[in-house]
Design a protein around this ligand. Structure first.
Ligand code: ADP
Length: 303
């Protein structure tokens, strides 16, 4: 990104725009991610900031890393400009394809109105979010995050067999895991099914904690995805029940909850859950966690 910024700063110079790039990442941090797509997003958003900022303005770009869990990290990028800004009414529609604020033939800025829509889609595809805030005549702030995976430098040499994204996607086929999805809410259930289907996993569904406990008694699952808030028996109680069953102490249980407070996470772990994901569950985060436990389960099977 720093290289890209260098190129973009040339563009900014031509317009006499003060361009500043800052990175807080530690030097020896090595990340695995989709370089081409991340570059495309960066180029588009920083390019826009320069394009829509008049001469003698300012564009500040900063990037940083944020750990999510284990070796999953977000690259966070913030682009601040003192450009023409965007009014509230336009802001809502901005990431729609072909949307341009000034589509008149005399508009000052050339473009297609596709860049932002594509950038937004790519960001979502990479497990992140795009947040735009702006004030007309003052300037704009574009913030995006994309998911990457931390790679140990040594592991690059020794363990070349790091799973690639494509491999993770085919994981469900190549190494089937038996997953029990426990979710009472219809919409959330649909979303989770979509994601598991996309990752190619086989799964069964339970609609509340009681059903989950029954299914776990009947069949051998590798992983239980357990909604925390459910009627009849909630996810914490169900986890507690499952842990009391013979031979179910090692069953991987991952909680799914809308609560983001540490306290709730503590409760989940106390009830005997192995892990905890906060809603909205992102495809990339889910894949990363499943991959993590998949490796553990395979290692155990080998022993
Ligand atoms: P274009 O090809 O027109 O640049 P984009 O999809 O990249 O298309 O952007 C869509 C519209 O959003 C632009 O035409 C512009 O009106 C507005 N826009 C994008 N970025 C900025 C920005 N940093 N400041 C002000 N307006 C912006």
């Amino acid at each position: 990104l720093e290289n890209q910024a260098q190129i973009l700063s040339g563009l900014a110079n031509k317009k006499d725009i003060a361009f500043n790039f800052q990175s807080d990442s530690k030097q020896d941090f090595l990340a695995q991610g989709d370089k081409v797509k991340i570059n495309q997003i960066f180029l588009n958003l920083v390019g826009n900031a320069i394009k829509f900022t008049p001469e003698k303005g300012k564009v500040d770009v900063s990037v940083g890393l944020e750990q999510i869990s284990g070796d999953a990290y977000f690259i966070n990028c913030k682009i601040i400009d003192t450009g023409i800004g965007i009014s509230d009414e336009h802001l809502e529609k901005l990431s729609e394809p072909f949307y341009q604020i000034d589509s008149s033939a005399t508009r000052n800025y050339q473009g297609t109105g596709l860049g932002l829509a594509i950038a937004k889609k790519l960001i979502e595809l990479l497990g992140g979010d795009l947040v735009i805030s702006s004030e007309k005549g003052i300037g704009s702030v574009f913030e995006f995050s994309v998911l990457v995976k931390k790679v140990e430098k040594d592991s690059l040499k020794i363990d070349k067999k790091e799973l690639s994204w494509a491999e993770v996607k085919e994981m469900g086929e190549t190494h089937p895991l038996k997953i029990l999805l426990t979710e009472d809410n219809d919409l959330n259930l649909q979303l989770m099914k979509l994601m598991l289907n996309q990752l190619g996993f086989q799964y069964e569904v339970a609609r509340n904690g009681e059903e989950a406990v029954e299914k776990v008694k009947e069949q051998d699952f590798d992983i239980v995805l357990m909604d925390v808030q459910m009627p009849i028996m909630n996810g914490l109680e169900a986890t507690d029940e499952i842990r009391k069953l013979p031979k179910k102490r090692d069953l991987v249980i991952i909680g799914l909850s809308a609560n983001v407070f540490d306290e709730d996470q503590m409760k989940a772990i106390e009830s005997g859950m192995d892990d905890y994901l906060t809603k909205p569950i992102r495809l990339a985060v889910l894949a990363e966690r499943l991959e993590h436990y998949y490796k553990k389960i395979i290692e155990k099977r080998k022993k």
